[in-house]
Design a protein around this ligand. Sequence first.
Ligand SMILES: [Zn+2]
Ligand SMILES: [Zn+2]
Length: 400
Amino acid sequence: MKQLRDRVQQLAQANQAQIVAIRRHLHENPELSFQEFNTAKFIAKTLREFGFEVQEGIANTGLVVVIKGKNPSKRTIALRGDIDALPIQEENTVSYKSKVEGVMHACGHDVHTSSLIGTALILHSLQAEFEGTVKLIFQPAEEKAPGGAINMIKEGVLQNPAPAIILGQHVCPIIPIGKVGFTKGTVMASADEIYITVKGKGGHAASPHAAVDPILIASHIIVALQQIVSRNTDPLKPCVLSICQIKAGEATNVIPEIVNLSGTIRTVSEEWRKEAHKKITHLCQSIAEGMGGTCEVNIGQGYPPTYNHPVMTERTFEAACNYMGHDNVHYMDMNMGGEDFAYYAQQIPGCFYMIGIQNIDKGINSFVHTPTFDVDEKVLEIAPGLMAWLALHELAVSED
Ligand SMILES: [Zn+2]
Ligand SMILES: [Zn+2]
């Protein structure tokens, strides 16, 4: 196994410059969720130039590549990378800065995509060294509900051949370059969107008695909603509720008719998630009614919590230690972000791990979804190699 590991590391190193060039092309040409048409064309073209057969047009802009080892009918495993960007104006001054006004790869999906191409190249070179089949899934639209994963699953990416497990990774700006983090069990939260419309009766600000003030009702609702988190949630199960938008009113002296509120609720338990939706609706409506108004609540179902299979995660953790050294692999707490990798992990055992990209000395320290987000490109050697190594390990796992 040591010899194989050395080969993976050598290949990862030899391919790095190529993978950096691919990442930079993706970074300069970002596309929003569900619109990754040129991105998909570029991925397909790049993979074909390397000699791969590519299935395109899965859930519109998704792609799949299958790499067969010696006994392809043995275990099949899946590796997933997401390909979409965000509506953010890049503020970095790097040579590979986004060329698209207001769109940026600020979540590192350019890294996930290029890294997965890197993993494909390594596994392609080692085809004679493993048994089974690897399915690489390039998935669109992670950043926007309902997401790309659910449609790719509907269109059969987990069939023919059916993978036994799935691995995914995310760049992590709080982990230094060269290190990697794993979480057993729930790794990411559910993320649902809350839309509340409070209706009152508009009027002159000097005659509030003749009106029903929806701003006052909305204010009570915003404060009361926090009790869902502080008084109704099991304190041992993380839950966040944030109201992030308030829209109402046009003048200093007019009580408006309507207030629109919106926000997000994130949690880790499917049971509590359903219960919380009911409680939010009931609380908002009773407050509005008690104050003479009405209230409509719509909760847009986002992604479910992402669950890392504990046994598989332990296996991958050990394999990562073997590749990176024990000092560079850690267990870490879950985070309250959402991920549509969750849908794959509902179907088959999954492990979604966090790969370090932070380099304080180089000033690379910005959080994902910010205009100054960037990565230490050393990750484009580490991530493809690590994923290839983890894949080789999972292929060697016996089914019984
Ligand atoms: Zn993101
Ligand atoms: Zn992301």
